[in-house]
Design a protein around this ligand. Sequence first.
Ligand code: SF4
Ligand code: SF4
Length: 268
Amino acid sequence: MAPIPGSGLAKGLAVTLRTMTKKTVTAQYPDAQPELPPRTRGVIGLFEENCTVCMLCARECPDWCIYIDSHKETVPAAAPGGRERSRNVLDRFAIDFALCMYCGICIEVCPFDALFWSPEFEYAETDIHELTHERDKLREWMWTVPAPPALDPGAEEPKEIAAARKTADKLAAEQLAAEQAERAEQVEQAEQAEQRATEQAEPAEQAEQAEQAEQRATEQAERAAQAAQAAPPAPAGTEPQAPAQASEQGESPATGGSESPEPREGES
Ligand code: SF4
Ligand code: SF4
């Protein structure tokens, strides 16, 4: 059957119209940054504290683009009588991203979790030699590595986290015990200081009381002397009687020793 004239044009226009109404998928990079999935293979980061220079990654890399240099160091024995140990110290760790084919084998085989994928991809260079990232640069990529996905609910806690939490709990308990012991010691020292102050204050108080008693006695003696001076003189020819004797005879010393009534005859 012969095609209808103009049907091809209508089909083409229909496709154009359909596409015009669809949402565009063009990424406006570099004006807009793409939203990359967290497991994107952008660049490799090195966490060198975990690297033991076992060389597994360099041996397994199909492109031979990992360069590692190291030397041995002797570590003294941790305890008296123990043995010295030797360990590898990392001198150089570099990856040539001009050769790398982003297979991820090095990350998979690393037994110590020292290599990670980062989604960063903006490291194009005009000089190919600049694509060999040395240890410091590989370490900087670590800051761009996304956090690992959350564990499934009910999953067993990773043994690294469990060990770290156990150590943190132990340290916190030790710190708390030390703080409590220090506080108890401070309280005890304060009590001892208070007791010493009380003991030192007692003799001072006693001395003060003795001084006050002495002062009171002096004042009383002075008053008695003033009273004795103020008393009227005894009449001539009579013996001055002591106030005490006068009191015994039922007379007031102020009366000046008036005649005592002699019992008359027949009154007795
Ligand atoms: S990703 Fe593959 S090619 Fe690249 S360094 Fe690792 S092992 Fe080598
Ligand atoms: S496999 Fe891991 S631990 Fe071994 S040398 Fe490579 S990065 Fe370091």
